[in-house]
Design a binder for this molecule. Structure first.
Ligand code: ADP
Ligand code: MG
Length: 584
């Protein structure tokens, strides 16, 4: 018994108001659309198979509702969808798709075969080639749908040229697959790549799914789940032990209504929630799965729905922060996902240390200053004055630690000053300003060392002026080590100067807000980088790092930070004597 068709073509005026643009850029974008369709069809088991990175062929099979023959014929036409009828439906639609464009776009650039059957209907097969009408015929098959795509961009050599090697396209596919599997933990997912099972995930709860994908075995017991709720939204957070934190945001992820989104406000809410148990610069193992009333979020701003706009992001951010802080603060209420280990958990161990950040900060700051020392040394080579002894000759290989002989380090004070005595005077060195100035010198002494970001960061212009500034400045920013690529309506930061923490888009955002003029841009960019990368007030430096910082900053030609503040203060003996009314 065939049921009446469900798919219709959206009227032109509705179609026109739906975010337009190319959604098929590479195999991973096809995979994302097909997985979305399978999930929208209510599938409980999904299998994807890719060959040659998905360029040669890509298949998704689901056990969802299937399509009748009429729907099958309509499905590949532009603006054909069963998910919305009018634009107002977007306020209530909970489906992943709504544009009715994916299958049509795929059919335009690849060979497409769809096998589909409703639970009690006749199976049909659709075959389509680019620029030819599709053919639908009865066939054998099981309820559900299989979509197979072959020869992506074969008739578009120029677009095929932009694809990367199969291994790299395959990695993109895998990421898309994992993102969907995380958002739909109750569904079973299987990925085959070139005939081998790459990922198999039985149905689970969110914590189980996250742990299966990302937590090493010994930490699975330390991944817990918290239930969240607030006005217009509910959800869950999967929270890992602080020991699972990383210096990048690879394991800090936000999902909204089944889609992974780079929503900065929520990512930083996760950082904040953990701030009392993690040292600065570390990002937690935390996955946020929000289910938001569709009337309060807008995905109709990016054709591939990679971005979301919240009606009131601030109250959402506050609510998320509060719920997670509550959950972290009262961990007794959280039930561990699997058997907790017998020894004290890392939560407890960390809490035993009065200042959980200290040891980390020491190590990090030292590493950064050591790097800085070598980069300044390289930049200035043998021009460094022979400050150690009066040899005046070649710089000793382990300069500058030996130079501490020239001054006497007295200690750190008030969280920001390194105090030392030299030439009968007392000196206070502002550790942040000094490090900032040294990094600045290193940056402007040569071409930038760039670190490529594994996960690019979205940079969102907030006004037309900012967008225009990005367009005119991206070349100059590249020279400063910031690699920006435009992708549809947004910009992606794909690389940043080495020394900044991956995931820290603070410097580029500061520049974007300040929009320096072209002649000042390079120096401003170096200054912003140096400021973000430098040790902060309150960072505790170990002795060796402090000695290095003092020694290096004594050699600065201009002992001011890039914004003009003095880096150090000198109190001469006679000056201090006068203050205590002592006779010199
Ligand atoms: P959209 O998902 O935005 O509606 P698509 O072009 O992706 O647009 O799909 C068009 C229509 O085809 C869908 O609305 C749905 O009715 C049908 N369809 C696509 N894939 C499947 C599937 N795997 N199972 C059942 N129906 C599907
Ligand atoms: Mg779709």
């Amino acid at each position: 018994m065939a049921s009446p068709p469900r798919i219709h073509i959206l009227p032109t005026d509705t179609a026109k108001r739906i975010a337009a643009g190319e959604v098929i850029e590479r195999p991973a974008s096809v995979l994302r659309e097909l997985l979305d369709n399978a999930l929208d069809a209510g599938a409980t088991a999904i299998e994807a198979e890719i060959e040659g990175g998905g360029i040669a062929s890509l298949r998704v099979t689901d056990n969802g509702c299937g399509m009748c023959a009429e729907d099958l014929a309509l499905a590949v036409l532009p603006h054909a969808t069963s998910k919305i009828a009018t634009l107002d439906d977007l306020l209530t639609a909970r489906t992943l798709g709504f544009r009715g464009e994916a299958l049509a776009s795929v059919a335009a650039v690849a060979r497409l075969e769809i096998l589909s059957a409703e639970a009690d209907g006749t199976p049909h097969r659709l075959v389509s080639f680019p620029d030819r009408p599709a053919v639908v015929e009865p066939s054998a098959g099981r309820p559900g749908t299989t979509v197979r795509i072959m020869g992506l961009f074969d008739s578009y050599p120029a677009r095929k040229l932009f694809l990367k090697r199969p291994a790299s396209e395959s990695a993109h596919c895998r990421q898309v697959f994992v993102d969907k599997a995380l958002a739909f933990s109750a569904v079973s997912f299987r990925l085959l790549s070139d005939g081998r099972i790459a990922i198999f995930l039985p149905p689970s709860d969110p914590a189980g799914r996250v742990a299966a994908l990302y937590a090493p075995d010994s930490f699975r017991g330390l991944v817990t789940e918290a239930v969240l709720s607030g006005p217009g939204f509910g959800g869950r957070a999967v929270l890992g032990d602080p020991a699972l934190a990383r210096p990048d945001r690879r394991h800090t992820q936000v999902f909204v209504n089944g889609r992974r989104v780079p929503e900065y406000a929520l990512l930083t809410a996760l950082d904040w929630a953990y701030s009392s148990v993690l040292p600065g610069g570390e990002h937690p193992f935390a996955f946020l799965f929000l289910d938001v009333d569709p009337a309060l979020v807008d995905f109709n701003i990016h054709p591939a729905k990679r971005e979301v706009r919240f009606r009131d992001i601030e109250s959402m951010r506050r609510a998320v922060l509060k719920s997670i802080q509550g959950a972290l603060g009262d961990r007794a209420r959280l039930s561990p996902y699997r058997d907790p280990p017998a020894e004290p958990t890392l939560w407890e161990v960390r809490e035993g240390i009065p200042n959980p950040g200290t040891r980390h900060d020491e190590r990090k700051s030292w590493a950064r200053i050591a790097e800085l020392a070598s980069c300044v040394r390289e930049a200035r080579g043998t021009e460094l004055p022979g400050a150690c002894g009066e040899s005046g000759g070649a710089v000793p290989p382990d300069w500058p630690r030996e130079c501490s002989a020239g001054f006497r380090f007295l200690g750190a004070a008030l969280g920001v000053f390194l105090v030392y005595e030299e030439d009968g005077a007392l000196w206070l060195l502002d550790q942040h300003a000094a490090h900032e100035r040294l990094l600045f010198e290193g940056l402007r002494s040569g071409p930038p060392i760039v670190q490529e970001l594994l996960v690019p960061l979205a940079v969102e212009p907030e006004s037309d002026e900012e967008e225009a500034w990005l367009i005119s400045s991206s070349g100059a920013l590249r020279q400063a080590g910031y690699l920006l690529e435009r992708e549809g309506p947004r910009w992606l930061l794909t690389g940043m100067p080495a020394g900044l923490r991956g995931g820290d888009s603070g410097a580029i955002l500061e520049l974007l807000r300040a929009r320096p003029a072209p002649d000042a841009l390079l120096l401003e960019a170096h200054a912003a980088t140096a400021c973000r990368a430098a040790v902060k007030d309150g960072d505790i430096l170990d002795r060796a790092a402090a000695l290095d910082l003092i020694a290096l900053s004594r050699e600065l030609p201009e002992p001011r930070c890039p914004h003009g503040r003095p880096v150090r203060l000198r109190f001469g003996k006679d000056e201090l004597y006068r203050l205590v009314k002592r006779l010199v």
